[in-house]
Ligand binder design. Sequence first.
Ligand code: NAD
Length: 361
Amino acid sequence: MPTFEELLERWDGEQAVIRRDRESGAWIFICMHSTRLGPAAGGTRMKVYDSPADGLEDAMRLSAGMTNKLAIADLGLGGGKTVLAVPKIPEGEERRALLRRYGDAVASLGGSFLTSSDVNTGEEDMDVIAERTEHVFGRTEANGGAGDPGPFTAVGVFHGIRASLAHAFGSGDVSGRTVLVQGAGSVGGALAELLGREGARVLIADVDAARAEAIAAEVGGSTVTPDAAVEAVIGLECDVYAPCALGGTLSVATVPHIRCRIVAGSANNQLAEPEAAELLRAAGILYAPDYVINAGGAIAITFLERQGRSRAEVDAALARIGDTLTEIYDHADAEGTTTAAAADAVAACRLSAGPVSKDDA
Ligand code: NAD
């Protein structure tokens, strides 16, 4: 396991703020990967890690993904991420106290870091952080926020699936298509509902069997193996595999098992190794780069809470996720590269162009 020094040495980000929260035994890692296009923005993940270094490494990796995501989404924001590496997930007053101390840490950065929710944190947690800093989004609607970003992310993924179907099959119609949704949580549940409504055959896999059953009953879909083993789930035959649980399901070991035409889902960091992208291409599987297709929540929250834009503008921006993916697919075809490399190239281009000034906008 690398040390903090080794991780910082090899990371290409700008700044990592590390705090030991003695009261709770947690480590707070705020990683600001890039502020080139604006303040570094990203969610706050609360998780138990094997070691503090694992938590720091996760925050570094996730913050780099945010730089690309926000560059492509064109929101005038840089990339960041926080990991609260806790000894166990806290509840009640203990949780609120940790979040308030974390809120103080965010406040101390003076707006160069903006946060919202992520794995194991939600809108109520953002309300608590907001007691200490204004630089927090994704609060409850009652507290002036846009609420849970999951359903917005699901709409973006839905547009992405339509664009991917159009590219692979010549029609974006989801009716009659089989879509395997892995993870029936905030995003996966809402996605399953959108797909079911449009006539797709929805297969739902969730380690929480009761949750999978409930969503399947609601959308007229069916559940598949509750086996958490990635191979068992992605070996199922379908048109679209939508990973909406945890990242890292696409690896050199798993890709040979995949029996779908398209991978398009919300999970962050889906490629366990960069080589998996090339394997997917070689197998004729169209991969929707994760940070492009899952930007809907970030877009909606930024539009509604930071830029004062309307719901109609949010809807239009979510639909544009499909157009962006189509451009990336066309670019990858023309260049003979993977879709992941094509997305990285678009993000690098936006970053090197720098922020759009108000006069250019
Ligand atoms: P969530 O916690 O609400 O739901 C995750 C679901 O996955 C849960 O139902 C859980 O039981 C299930 N799950 C966990 N491990 C599993 C496994 N091995 N196999 C099958 N199911 C499993 O999370 P969410 O907000 O829906 O986010 C899902 C993914 O999308 C995460 O990777 C998240 O980082 C990413 N993402 C979410 C958003 C958002 O707006 N919520 C935005 C961008 C990316």
